[in-house]
Design a protein around this ligand. Structure first.
Ligand code: GRF
Length: 216
């Protein structure tokens, strides 16, 4: 079973989806630790309720980002994790950190990348009158939200959608695609080779897509 650490800043609903998937019979991965950058992260209690070890690397107690990243890296290495899933982690990691964990670091972003890197993705998709929106699980590279995408969850934007309504539907989709991506990596079907994704032994030309119109 592939040991996975999940790194959070907030509520941790994606962390919980990953952890619950890991606890199902036949899962190819297990969550060995949940790490937060602040004591107040609500997801810590959710992890403890699932009997998952937690730790906090309090960002505010480090003089700069580099020293925080060194402490976070040490915590993650100590966990024994071989895959690290950023799930609502609200910090930008230094290039040194990202390169150290290259090929072992995933993130989920609430847009159909490469569209809408950064913040306010739901409002931006609405403002652009896009027909579809969704979320992407990608390998992390030094370019923010720019690493190769493994899987996307895609849904239709409905007439009258608000950013909040869209956010809720995208979230439900995230809870499906993030555990799925972890399974694909853990089973070896998805592999990182020198900056590119291989799927079942061949280069992945485009992200895997799960289409869904899950209700909020
Ligand atoms: C998700 O929308 C994710 O795409 C983004 O942060 C949010 C985290 O939500 N990176 P949660 O903490 O997993 O509930």
């Amino acid at each position: 079973m592939l040991p996975v650490a999940v790194v959070i800043s907030g509520r941790g609903s994606n962390m919980e989806a990953i952890a619950r998937a890991a606890q199902r019979p036949g899962a190819a991965f297990k969550v060995v630790r949940v790490v937060a950058d602040r004591e107040s992260a609500a997801g810590l209690a959710r992890a403890q309720a699932l009997a998952i070890p937690t730790s906090v690397v309090p960002f505010g107690q480090y003089p700069d980002r580099e020293s925080f990243d060194v402490a976070l890296a040490a915590d993650l290495e100590a966990s024994g994790a071989r895959l690290i899933a950023l799930a609502g982690f609200m910090r930008i990691l230094s290039t040194g950190f990202v390169e150290r964990f290259a090929g072992r670091l995933l993130n989920i972003h609430p847009s159909l990348l490469p569209k809408y890197k950064g913040l306010d993705t739901h409002a931006r998709a609405l403002a652009a009158r896009d027909s579809h929106h969704g979320a992407s699980v990608h390998y992390v590279t030094p370019e923010l939200d720019g690493g190769p995408v493994i899987v996307q969850g895609k849904l239709r934007i409905l007439a009258g959608d608000t950013a909040d309504a869209l956010s809720a539907r995208v979230h439900a989709l995230e809870h499906i695609i993030y555990p799925h991506a972890c399974s694909l990596v853990a089973s070896g079907r998805v592999q990182w080779r020198q900056g590119a994704i291989y799927f079942d032994g061949s280069p992945l030309a485009a992200p895997l897509v799960e289409e869904s119109d899950v209700a909020a």
